[in-house]
Design a protein around this ligand. Structure first.
Ligand SMILES: *[C@@H]1O[C@H](CO)[C@@H](O)[C@H](O)[C@H]1NC(C)=O
Ligand SMILES: *[C@@H]1O[C@H](CO)[C@@H](O)[C@H](O)[C@H]1NC(C)=O
Ligand SMILES: *[C@@H]1O[C@H](CO)[C@@H](O)[C@H](O)[C@H]1NC(C)=O
Ligand SMILES: *[C@@H]1O[C@H](CO)[C@@H](O)[C@H](O)[C@H]1NC(C)=O
Ligand SMILES: *[C@@H]1O[C@H](CO)[C@@H](O)[C@H](O)[C@H]1NC(C)=O
Length: 367
């Protein structure tokens, strides 16, 4: 979530003040391990093979691999250097093969560089990390604010990442601290695909900003609003792991208008860690969040969901739903009266990859 203004956002300030977050020792090893198993080079999930579909795929032509190794045995030592080597208006599938290691750098993939894949050697062994916080000064001397804290930011379309972790290592905020939002990753491009990735942070870990996104078998760790933004995204078979100690929240969705197609759909996921935890918060007036076939540990607050500030009557305009969830926290995830238990008909649009128009850009084997 963006910079919190405690005077106007009572719940946010309550959370800020009451939250006590432990500085978590990195679960991702930042030294290459011996058991790193090399992985085969993937193609970007979209190829021209879908041209038989009604919407003809006009996609990348050709294939190029760029190798990155922090110890200097690849073409580049840093991920940003590899991205810089991709020409603007790129039309090739470019796989940036990043070997095991800890890449301590801030990375940006500009909008002019589509079709790039970050291929790691495993999410436990290939890590990109940085440590910016919202209140840190940016290049112009002004505060960075939440969206510019991300260790890795992607503005390009058709980005994908496989078997790699992204981390913001700024210490988790202590009670009463402001400006400690610290994102690990920001995705602002359209049609982005993530598989086997890790996202590590505390407050505002994953900025799912804008565009259609698909997250498969990913691990997302954080404390407050640790998945946030106005993306139109499906999270399939992912783990959302809370490290909150006094209060936390998983998803804060920012849909502003009733005709926007954005929303977060969590399908077949697992919610673990520590609580108490809100499963969703109304960052936007028409916030839209659905959990289906998801397991909840016994860490969900009694109310389950939060309308953000009690003054905008968002409880009348949000779409918060659950469908066939399970686990000891599932009853609380149904929670307040403005969250609904969906029937199959109303749940169905959120259960299938067509929620993100996936038929046209996600290969069946990747869904
Ligand atoms: C990613 O890692 C998983 C689990 O280690 C492995 O099965 C898979 O082949 C890897 N895929 C890619 C594209 O690296
Ligand atoms: C599709 O991809 C194949 C293999 O990369 C290539 O030979 C062929 O020319 C492509 N077809 C079109 C229509 O781009
Ligand atoms: C890479 O460099 C790091 C730090 O310099 C070192 O600890 C590690 O053993 C190196 N790994 C390999 C595979 O050479
Ligand atoms: C990518 O890197 C791994 C080692 O991390 C290596 O085994 C593999 O062959 C590389 N793939 C390509 C296409 O360079
Ligand atoms: C919505 O929130 C308002 C203000 O907190 C409350 O008075 C009202 O009962 C709520 N309505 C529903 C349906 O939860």
């Amino acid at each position: 979530m963006p910079i919190v203004m405690p005077s106007s956002l009572s719940l946010s300030s309550l959370i800020l003040i009451s939250v006590l977050l432990l500085f978590h020792a990195g679960r991702v090893r930042c030294t290459p391990s011996d058991d790193n198993t090399p992985s085969s080079p993937p193609l970007v999930s979209s190829t021209n093979s879908s041209s038989k579909h009604r919407h003809r795929w006009v996609g990348p032509i050709g294939y190029r691999v760029i190798t990155v190794d922090v110890n200097g045995t690849g073409q580049f030592r840093s991920v940003q250097a590899a991205v810089d080597a991709v020409p603007d208006n790129n039309r090739m599938n470019v796989v940036i093969n990043i070997s095991a290691g800890c890449y301590v750098e801030k990375v940006v993939v500009p909008a002019t560089k589509s079709y790039i894949t970050f291929q790691g050697a495993g999410r436990d062994v290939t890590v990109i990390e940085w440590h910016d916080r919202a209140s840190d000064p940016g290049p112009n001397g002004q505060q960075l604010r939440t969206y510019r804290t991300a260790s890795v930011t992607v503005f390009a379309n058709y980005f994908s990442a496989r078997n790699i972790s992204f981390k913001n290592t700024a210490p988790a905020p202590m009670p009463g601290m402001e400006g400690w939002q610290a994102a690990a990753f920001r995705i602002s491009g359209d049609k982005a695909y993530f598989s086997g990735c890790g996202f590590y942070g505390a407050q505002d870990t994953l900025c799912d900003d804008a565009g259609r996104h698909y997250f498969k078998d990913c691990y997302i760790e954080g404390s407050i609003d640790f998945i946030f933004g106005n993306g139109r995204s499906m999270y399939k078979d992912c783990v959302m792991h809370s490290i909150a100690t006094k209060f936390g929240s998983i998803a804060a969705h920012k849909r502003k208008y009733v005709d926007e197609k954005t929303g977060f759909a969590f399908v077949g996921c697992q919610v673990t860690g520590t609580g108490p935890l809100y499963v969703g918060r109304a960052l936007g007036q028409y916030s839209r969040i659905v959990y289906a076939y998801t397991y909840f540990d016994d860490i969900v607050t009694q109310e389950g969901w939060d309308d953000w500030n009690h003054v905008d009557k968002k409880n009348k305009t949000v779409f918060f739903g659950v469908y066939k969830c399970r686990g000891p926290g599932a009853a609380a995830a149904r929670g307040v009266s403005f969250a609904r238990e969906l029937d199959f008909e109303s749940a169905h649009p959120f259960l299938v990859k067509s929620f993100v128009n996936g038929r046209h850009w996600i290969a069946p084997s990747d869904a």
